[in-house]
Write a protein that binds this ligand. Structure first.
Ligand SMILES: Nc1ncnc2c1ncn2[C@@H]1O[C@H](COP(=O)(O)OP(=O)(O)OP(=O)(O)O)[C@@H](O)[C@H]1O
Ligand SMILES: [Mg+2]
Length: 501
């Protein structure tokens, strides 16, 4: 009590001077069982990183009820940071060890910092805990401070070009709250992400690289890209959006990977058509030949004049996600998205590469309720019992994507009744069309659909999707032909361009 009284009543200058006096005159031995260390704001002429880290760390758990706090906000930061105000102290417990922190400001000629003040923290703890404090505790503080800085600064989205990454601010508003999908499935995914982030020791103990792969697949407009944004916002991770068509070779792919930072999500969207990588169980293995948009890239094909074709091989991509290269940094998440999982090579999908397969399907009733909440601000039940039960019935049969449903709702967001009636109309029309198509669907399609269902079960992909909706192989074939013709057009244009040059 008297120590605290002393600290609050006697200003630190007087306290420190009297302590120095006692030590000098009375030979006041520091044989006490405590020791204390000073962490000054500036050492020599450079800023002391540890001082800033301690300030951030202590500020993270200073409750707002603390007697006096100093608040600050750095540029490009979205949140306010608390810090111990001058001459205040706080106790922290680490690994069962209680330590005391004090922040002091004294006048000093030697300090080149502004206004001749010397700012420093004093860390006081029992001598017997010295090793654990000086090593693990201070390392822990540095890690926590880096985490706080990362969470506070805005997210960045990197895109690859000419073998490097270009960052732009990433402000996608999608979160797991706004993502319309089965709540139980959503919880599984969030738990899996939390386990990954907290899994440093686990990955070390099991000898696995600290990385995790997620494959998001399903029809267009079901939320794959929105989920990536939700993951980044949930984890406060930056995103590296890898456009494979701009990568000229495996070694460039490897270099790009080495340039990514930890605590980030590396994304390859629409992987089935962003790299012409054959599914070996279906086609002979051949290196993908694609026009490369930057023939001047490092290790572009030899022989002086650059042929415009370069290759990324499937093994290059496999190594990218799970080979030795992928361990060049830790705490990375890989996310692939595709509308056609059946086009991907099984080696790309195996555990250790794509550990979790997430099927994003047509809108279910639980997902529809989230969309109604997002766009109309009301629960389905608030729209009337009859409307709610009609919506519940028809949404199962309609196979409508959340993107399509969002369109109907966003158009009528100021008029709930109109929004619900238009939505019911659209769902019923879709269900009828599907019913009619279903009758005309030829045998092949039915078998194809069953085959796709069987394969997904055989490969242990995510649990059979609750909505039970599938992309009819007929539509998938149409979509594939459309994507391939677009791809060929692009290649022809590129080839013509290179012949001209
Ligand atoms: N599950 C969802 N929850 C909330 N909004 C969604 C969902 N799915 C789609 N949307 C809405 O539809 C739009 C398109 O979604 P998104 O880009 O995530 O689809 P996608 O699955 O990535 O499509 P594609 O396969 O064509 O890339 C988004 O702007 C989003 O607002
Ligand atoms: Mg997308």
């Amino acid at each position: 009590f008297c120590q605290t009284l002393l600290q609050t009543v006697v200003p630190p200058e007087l306290r420190f001077a009297s302590l120095r006096f006692l030590k000098r005159v009375l030979g006041f031995s520091s044989s006490s069982s405590y020791c204390s260390f000073e962490i000054t704001e500036v050492n020599g002429v450079s800023t002391n990183q540890l001082y800033n880290a301690v300030q951030l760390y202590l500020g993270s758990f200073l409750s707002a009820s603390c007697s006096r706090l100093s608040l600050s906000r750095a540029p490009n930061c979205s949140s306010t940071t608390f810090a111990l105000s001058n001459n205040d102290c706080i106790t922290d417990v680490f690994d069962g060890i209680s330590v005391q922190w004090e922040h002091a400001v004294t006048q000093s000629q030697s300090q080149p910092s502004s206004r001749g003040e010397k700012r420093f923290f004093t860390l006081r703890f029992r001598k017997c805990d010295r090793d654990r404090i000086l090593h693990s505790y201070l390392d822990y503080i540095m890690d926590k401070a880096n985490d706080i800085r990362r969470k506070n600064r805005e997210r960045l989205l990197y895109t690859n070009s000419h073998g490097g990454w270009k960052p732009v601010p990433f402000k996608h508003p999608s979160t797991f709250d706004t993502l319309a999908m089965d709540p139980e499935r959503k919880r599984d995914i969030m738990d899996d992400l939390r386990d990954f982030v907290a899994g440093k020791a686990f990955y070390q103990r099991t000898g696995r690289a600290w990385k995790r792969g997620y494959l998001l697949y399903g029809p267009p407009g079901t939320g794959k890209s929105s989920m990536i944004a939700a993951m980044a916002n949930f984890l406060s991770y930056d995103i590296y959006d890898l456009e494979l068509t701009k990568v000229c070779s495996n070694s460039e792919l490897r270099e790009l990977l080495m340039k990514t930072s930890s605590k980030s999500i590396i994304v390859i969207e629409d992987i089935d058509c962003s790299a012409d990588l054959p599914n070996r169980s279906k086609a002979p293995q051949h290196p993908a030949r694609r026009s490369c948009s930057n023939p001047g890239a490092p290790d572009a094909p030899s022989g002086g004049k650059h042929r415009n074709n370069n290759t990324i091989t499937l093994s290059g991509l496999l190594n990218f996600t799970d080979g030795l290269w992928s361990c060049s940094g830790s705490e990375r998440i890989f996310v692939f998205t595709t509308n056609h999982i059946d086009k991907l090579d099984p080696a790309l999908l195996r555990s250790g590469r794509m550990d979790m397969h997430i099927y994003l399907s047509y809108c279910s009733y639980p997902a529809l309720k989230i969309l109604l909440q997002n766009y109309l601000g009301s629960e389905a039940e608030d729209l009337g019992q009859a409307a709610a039960s009609e919506l519940r019935e028809v949404v199962k049969k309609a196979n409508m994507t959340p993107a399509d449903i969002s369109e109907v709702l966003i158009k009528n967001r100021r008029n709930k009744e109109k929004a619900v009636s238009e939505l019911l109309e659209a769902l019923k029309a879709k269900a009828e069309r599907k019913e009619k198509d279903g009758g005309l669907r030829d045998e092949r399609e039915m078998n194809g659909e069953e085959e796709m269902g069987k394969r997904s079960k055989r490969r242990g992909l995510c649990r059979a999707p609750k909505m039970g909706a599938t992309v009819t192989p007929f539509l998938a074939r149409k979509w594939r032909m459309l994507k391939r013709s677009r791809q060929n057009e692009r290649e022809n244009l590129n080839l013509k361009g290179s012949e001209r040059s």
